[in-house]
Design a protein around this ligand. Structure first.
Ligand SMILES: [Mg+2]
Length: 435
């Protein structure tokens, strides 16, 4: 079990965000009951003034007109909401540090280093709330707690414009009596199952002994329970604004004509890029490969090719395959090279939509390997794992083709496992990664 948390986390959540964006940009809507979604004929969001009258989500435009003639129906403008979202997150970032974005109008920030006590944290939250209100013309509610799970519940407890602190002083009085459906992460079906097991409130859940938790709950739920007990289990996933492209250049001396070495350098570039993409849940639709020559003879100073692959790039394996496929186009035997360059463009959020041609299984394997890599790196530090194809770059020119190695020591998830020729504590999967 983790130590009692000594962290202080904020969860900041926009109050009636879409309606507030509309009211912020149109003075005539301020303080009025409005519903957003006119273009669809359905209320998708509404202001607190409309909520007070009794407007509910999903009500049709016609119903609203009939039952609430004072409610103004306005069209949604998602570009506007996106713009406000970016401004909101920038204000939080500037004031409190890097954030974990949760949705368009929500984010987490760890304020432990700015607030030594919950009292400090409260003052900081009040200051942040004021700043957001002044700069954006709308209100936000802030939950303050020892971890993300509790901060998230807290932000919803006193809306709108609430600041709710849950610390070890009031966790039992204020958090434990709440129904389990208030916990983000316990879905509708899980609520039913838990109720069947006699668990209704957070107090019921956290009172269960570890053995019960292990028997009845999956790992994510066990983590959730631990956080509800006040521990800090799930660190923030800090994400800068998602990039449009990611690139990596690797220079080396002496310049070389060695194909295997150049490929292994490319593989290291690919590995670093894939790691960044994975961390941010991104896929790429455009790849640029280039190599630099010492004397800048060709074109400007590099030989480059643009590749638009059939399927989006999601893993280092995808990158390695494309590098292998296109390397000959790039490589001119008469030149020595001093740097490799890989960049991925047209990045967007990863989706499962491309799994149309039976590729889902293999891609899932690479994805789970990436997950594994991340887990181990968190534990043992960065770069404990590498794709086997990049081993020569790591071990200074001593490239050993993993498929030709005699060090086959078994299988992992159906794939052959190799012993590293350089380090008997390292196992790796050819071209995929070390475990
Ligand atoms: Mg909200």
């Amino acid at each position: 079990m983790t130590e009692q948390s000594d962290q202080i986390i904020f969860h900041i959540d926009g109050d009636a965000f879409f309606a507030s964006c509309e009211q912020s940009t149109d003075m005539s809507l301020r303080g009025k009951p409005i519903a957003v979604g006119r273009e669809r004929g359905v209320a998708t969001a509404f202001s607190y003034e409309a909520k007070a009258l009794g407007v509910t989500r999903g009500m049709s435009g016609k119903e609203i007109k009939e039952q609430f003639p004072n409610v103004l129906l306005v069209s949604s403008d998602y570009r506007k909401y996106g713009l406000y979202s970016r401004r909101f997150k920038n204000i939080v970032r500037n004031m409190c540090g890097e954030i974990e974005g949760m949705s368009i109008d929500e984010c987490f920030v760890n304020v432990t280093y700015m607030a030594k006590s919950y009292k400090d944290a409260y003052m900081l939250a009040a200051k942040l709330q004021n700043e957001l209100c002044t700069k954006l013309g709308m209100t936000f509610s802030i939950g303050v707690g020892p971890n993300k799970t509790i901060a998230k519940i807290a932000s919803g407890m006193n809306k709108p414009r609430g600041i709710t602190v849950i610390s070890d002083l009031n966790i039992k009085a204020d958090l434990y009596p709440l129904h389990i459906s208030r916990v983000s992460g316990i879905g509708f079906n899980s609520v039913i199952k838990l109720e069947q097991l006699g668990v209704y409130t957070i107090a019921d859940l956290v009172a269960k002994p570890d053995g019960w938790t292990d028997d009845f709950l999956s790992k994510p739920y066990r983590e959730l329970v631990s956080e509800l007990q006040g521990n800090f289990v799930k660190p923030l996933v800090l994400i800068q604004d998602k990039p449009k492209s990611i690139s990596k250049i690797r220079a080396f001396t002496p310049a070389t004509t060695n194909v295997d070495y150049l490929k292994s350098e490319f593989a290291r570039n690919a590995e670093i890029i894939a790691k960044k993409m994975h961390r941010q849940g991104l896929q790429a639709k455009h790849l640029v490969l280039a190599m630099k020559t010492p004397k800048y003879e060709i074109g400007k100073n590099s030989i480059r090719i643009d590749i638009i692959p059939e399927n989006p790039i999601v893993s280092s394996q995808d990158l390695l395959q494309l590098i292998e496929l296109h390397f000959d186009q790039l490589y001119l035997p008469h030149y020595k090279y001093r740097a490799t360059y890989v960049s991925v463009h047209s990045l967007n959020d990863i989706s499962e939509q491309y799994d149309l041609f039976g590729e889902v299984e293999s891609r899932r394997t690479y994805r789970s390997l990436s997950d594994l890599t991340q887990t181990l790196e968190k534990k043992h530090g960065p770069f404990v794992l590498h794709t086997a194809a990049s081993m020569s770059a790591i071990h200074q020119h001593s490239y050993i083709h993993p498929n030709k190695s005699n060090n086959d020591v078994g299988h992992y998830d159906g794939m052959p496992l190799m012993m590293s020729p350089h380090n008997d504590k390292v196992l790796y999967i050819p071209y995929l990664g070390v475990i």
